[in-house]
Design a binder for this molecule. Structure first.
Ligand code: MLT
Length: 332
């Protein structure tokens, strides 16, 4: 048998084909990924800020992928239930997670975190950055941030602060606010900031820090009191609203970023295809206009890659870990 004879070629091709199937995974071995609907897991309640971004993104991406993206809300434990679910899901290219800063804060907040954000996932890319707003119920006495600071220091734990649990950005923002003011509120956790905002509108809680992707219409209709925005500079969608920093909390900044993840071991071809659909969606005029109206800023192209999300996540874990440990906030 010569090295180029058909039998020799088959001998070589056999193991290579087998390797190809393994690398691509069972689903990828079938032609035409994706060939059925894809699940995009959202770690918070339906109707809230993460859900709004996920549903708009999913609709735009499904046009490129030719399959539906079905949003699956799995709220609980500040987003960690959903991340655990996706970390353990079959790595077949049909389950993805959209999550925010909570992926980076969870390791410091949870002593027994069932997943490792830095080793248990495949990374797709970043999506958009969103500012937060500090809101009070409509009839809360302080008229502005200066008055709120005095009121907060005088009333401490009598003030009910709604959040979406340990790991939510509403919790992170509230934690930083309490640190900055040297006071402690009473935290009331919800499954997401959609129900938390409903509680604020109904006057059942006093204060909520939440993203513009949900809060803008309520601020504009004056259904809540706006005390400040959490970015260092004023934002286009609320140009008249001072930042927290302007109101005396120097350096106060919480910017929400979103990333898309898959279970570790997801075939590289599926990640590449999903990433291509993500990058196409981030240029889609309907999607970008909707995000801009909600105050969300699409990340630059360099951040829309798997490698960039992975290194960004590492830098955020490194950034928030010491801050959270210093605040002494954690769950056993
Ligand atoms: C949500 O979608 O409900 C929020 O992103 C929760 C949060 O992190 O505050």
């Amino acid at each position: 048998m010569t090295p180029n004879s058909p039998r020799a070629l088959w001998r070589l091709a056999g193991p290579l084909l087998a390797l190809g199937c393994l690398a691509g995974g069972p689903a990828m071995a079938q032609s035409g990924y994706p060939n059925h609907a894809i699940s995009l897991v959202v770690p918070f309640a339906a109707g809230g800020p993460t859900d709004v971004v996920a549903r708009s993104l999913g609709a735009a991406m499904s046009q490129t992928l030719g399959q539906s993206i079905v949003v699956e809300n799995r709220p609980g434990a500040g987003g960690t239930l959903a991340a655990t679910h996706v970390a353990r899901a079959a790595p077949d290219g049909y389950t993805f997670l959209i999550h925010h800063n909570g992926m980076a804060t969870a390791p410091a907040l949870y002593r027994k975190l069932p997943f490792n954000p830095l080793t248990d996932f495949a990374y797709v890319g970043q999506v958009a950055d969103v500012p937060m707003t500090l809101l009070g119920r409509k009839d809360l006495p302080p008229a502005d941030m200066a008055e709120f600071i005095q009121y907060a220091r005088a009333n401490g734990s009598k003030i009910n602060l709604a959040n979406a649990g340990l790991g939510a950005v509403s919790q992170l923002c509230g934690m930083l606010l309490q640190e900055a003011l040297g006071t402690q509120f009473t935290a009331i956790p919800y499954a997401g900031t959609a129900p938390a905002l409903t509680a604020l509108l109904g006057g059942q809680v006093d204060v909520l820090c939440d993203q513009t992707t949900q809060t803008l219409p309520h601020i504009r209709a004056q259904r809540v009191k706006l005390y400040g925005v959490t970015t260092l500079d004023r934002i286009k969608t609320l140009p008249d609203s001072p930042t927290m920093q302007e109101s005396g909390l120097k350096g106060f900044e919480v910017k929400v970023w979103h990333g898309v993840y898959a279970p570790k071991g997801t075939p590289p071809q599926a990640i590449a295809k999903f990433n291509e659909a993500l990058r196409t969606a981030l240029k889609d005029p309907a999607f970008t206009q909707k995000m801009a109206e909600l105050g969300a800023e699409i990340v630059p192209e360099a951040k829309q890659t798997p490698a960039s999300l992975q290194s960004w996540l590492q830098s955020e874990v490194d950034k928030w870990g010491p801050i959270i440990r210093k605040a002494g906030v954690y769950a056993d």
